[in-house]
Design a protein around this ligand. Structure first.
Ligand SMILES: [Zn+2]
Length: 317
């Protein structure tokens, strides 16, 4: 599956991966056309640093290029705030010619790449390119938000193509003489070791990370007495309501003199409740719970022996 993504598919993949995307001008159709070997098949994603500072200036250069190197100079620009500026789609001037052995290793998704020796393989047709706004002087920091955005951008494309984290490479791993990406105390191999680990972790989870958990179900009605652990916000009154007992019964069963209870406190609930099923009789329920029909009728203020399925009865202890 090395057919390049359409612009629409790219946008969808990035959005689903949680990338904060900014679409710059006519990025969908901004490219170098069929120059060189054109665009595709694609085999990986390549990481660069801009050797510039400032978001606006960096994005502009990456989109427009400069004298001697027309833009786009990449597909996406990661700024230091973690936003991803899409500047081009299709062939872009970022990878240049590199080593065919490296390309073969990327296609195999080898965990280690051979050092580049020759520059005979057109890389601009084969790799999606990302420029991170960084001076690359080994001092300019890479903020956490920026690194996160880069990892998500790479993961989105790898996921869309069915690739793993070993389809992510550095410009330095492609061409001799290149050092990007470089960070404080970290050369390109150290930067890539971290990045590939992050991309691997992202790919191991559903796109965009773990889906948010559905809201907790409302507390089901109590199906039995026994014990209750006080939750934050509960009062003796609310607990009494829930179990169909009185506050006085709760106080008495728990030897409480006032109304003060604390989250985490265990309370004894002095009744059990029972939901009447089809075919149940008061006598049957009473004998099952070792009580009498008279006590059942009193606790539930029943004037006759008729009960209906679905009704909840208090079972006195
Ligand atoms: Zn580069």
């Amino acid at each position: 599956m090395a057919t390049p993504l359409t612009a629409k598919a790219m946008l969808k993949a990035l959005t689903e991966e949680g990338v904060n995307v900014i679409e710059v001008g006519s990025w969908r159709t901004h490219n170098r056309g069929t120059r060189g070997t054109g665009w595709g098949p694609v085999n990986g994603v390549m990481i660069h640093h801009t050797v510039t500072s400032g978001t606006d200036a960096s994005v502009r250069i990456c989109r427009d290029g400069y004298a001697g190197l027309p833009g786009p100079l990449c597909h996406a620009v990661a700024d230091k705030q973690g936003r991803m500026h899409l500047v081009g789609h299709g062939r872009a001037n970022h990878a240049g010619d590199g080593d065919p052995d490296v390309l073969a290793a990327v296609i195999r998704e080898d965990e280690t790449l051979p050092a580049p020796r020759v520059a005979t393989q057109d890389g601009n047709s084969r790799f999606y390119g990302l420029e991170a706004v960084n001076l690359g002087d080994g001092k300019d920091p890479w903020p956490a938000a920026q690194l996160e955005a880069i990892a998500r951008w790479a993961a989105a494309i790898c996921r869309a193509h069915g690739w793993n984290q070993y389809s992510v490479l550095a410009h330095a791993e492609w061409q001799r003489g290149k050092i990007d990406p470089r960070g404080p105390g970290k050369n390109a191999s150290a930067m890539m070791r971290d990045l590939r680990a992050r991309v691997g972790a992202l790919l191991a989870a559903p796109a965009g990370g773990e889906k948010p958990k559905p809201p907790p179900k409302p507390t089901p009605p109590a199906t039995g007495g026994g014990a209750h652990t006080v939750a934050r916000g509960e009062t003796l009154w609310s607990i009494a309501q829930r179990y169909g007992v009185t506050v006085a019964q709760l106080r008495s069963a728990n030897r409480l003199s006032g109304d003060v209870i604390h989250p985490g406190q265990r309370l004894t609930i002095p009744v059990t409740t029972y939901t009447v099923r089809r075919g149940d009789t008061l006598w049957g329920i009473a004998s099952k719970h070792r009580t009498t029909v008279a006590k059942l009728k009193a606790a539930n203020k029943l004037s006759s022996d008729t009960i209906h399925p679905g009704r909840t009865l208090q079972i006195p202890r």
